[in-house]
Design a protein around this ligand. Structure first.
Ligand SMILES: C[S@@+](CC[C@H](N)C(=O)[O-])C[C@H]1O[C@@H](n2cnc3c(N)ncnc32)[C@H](O)[C@@H]1O
Length: 213
């Protein structure tokens, strides 16, 4: 009889299992050319967004980060089948692994980051589990070059507003426009975005740019 493994809906990023920061790989063994600009997608789930984006942007590298390990296995399996050399996925908790990852990359390659439909953690006492914390925003600011892009989207207004507040309160970032973007500036949607739009529900989107230092 086949064993069906349930993928947990949410995991607590403060659980012991997620406290060890990732050891970054040797990027020259991962990407065909590690010196291309890199797009980091935080909370990529099975990585459908990147599986669809990477083939149409061969001049970029793409890295998906996900805390639910089985989803990363599934993303890597699909990557094996596609054979793309500008895409990779890593299982880790971004809140303790972003710094070592960014430090390990060739200087200047980190140029774009997306946080899309992050877990809402509605209860007040769970809000510290949200991924977009001030320390994460500062680490992004410290590594993005001026003009580097941050793309944020969610179907939960409070979550999108919360992410925008974290980036707005950091003086290194400038929001592009003050209203929600009417359309997705990325060329492909995420899985969650497609589901939301099929239900006819709204998506709230914003772009921030890294200011000149
Ligand atoms: C609601 S899903 C959205 C997935 C995808 N971005 C999309 O739009 O279809 C949010 C994802 O973020 C992941 N996540 C949450 N906290 C994380 C963390 N601290 N580090 C890495 N991934 C995280 C979750 O496991 C989940 O797969």
């Amino acid at each position: 009889m086949a064993v069906v493994r349930r993928v947990r809906q949410h995991v607590n990023p403060f659980a012991i299992k997620y406290q060890t920061p990732v050891t970054p790989p040797d990027w020259s063994e991962i990407f065909e050319d590690p010196n291309r600009p890199l797009h980091l997608d935080i909370g990529c789930a099975r990585g459908q967004f990147l599986h669809n984006f990477a083939p149409i942007a061969p001049d970029w590298n793409f890295l998906g980060i996900e805390i639910r390990e089985p989803l990363v296995h599934s993303a890597l399996k699909q990557l094996d089948e596609s054979g793309l050399r500008n895409l990779h996925f890593i299982f880790c908790n971004i809140n303790n692994s972003l710094a070592p990852l960014l430090q390990s990359l060739p200087e200047g390659v980190f140029q774009r980051v997306s946080i899309q439909f992050p877990d809402p953690w509605f209860k007040k006492r769970h809000q510290k589990r949200r991924v977009t914390q001030p320390a994460l925003v500062q680490q992004i600011a410290d590594s993005l070059p001026s003009g580097g892009i941050v793309f944020l989207q969610s179907d939960v207004l409070d979550v999108e507003q919360d992410m925008c507040d974290r980036f707005s309160e950091n003086p290194d970032f400038q929001r592009q426009g003050k209203d929600w973007l009417p359309e997705n500036p990325m060329p492909v949607p995420t899985e969650r975005e497609t589901l939301t739009q099929k239900k006819g529900e709204p998506v709230y989107r914003a772009v921030f740019k890294r200011r000149e230092s």
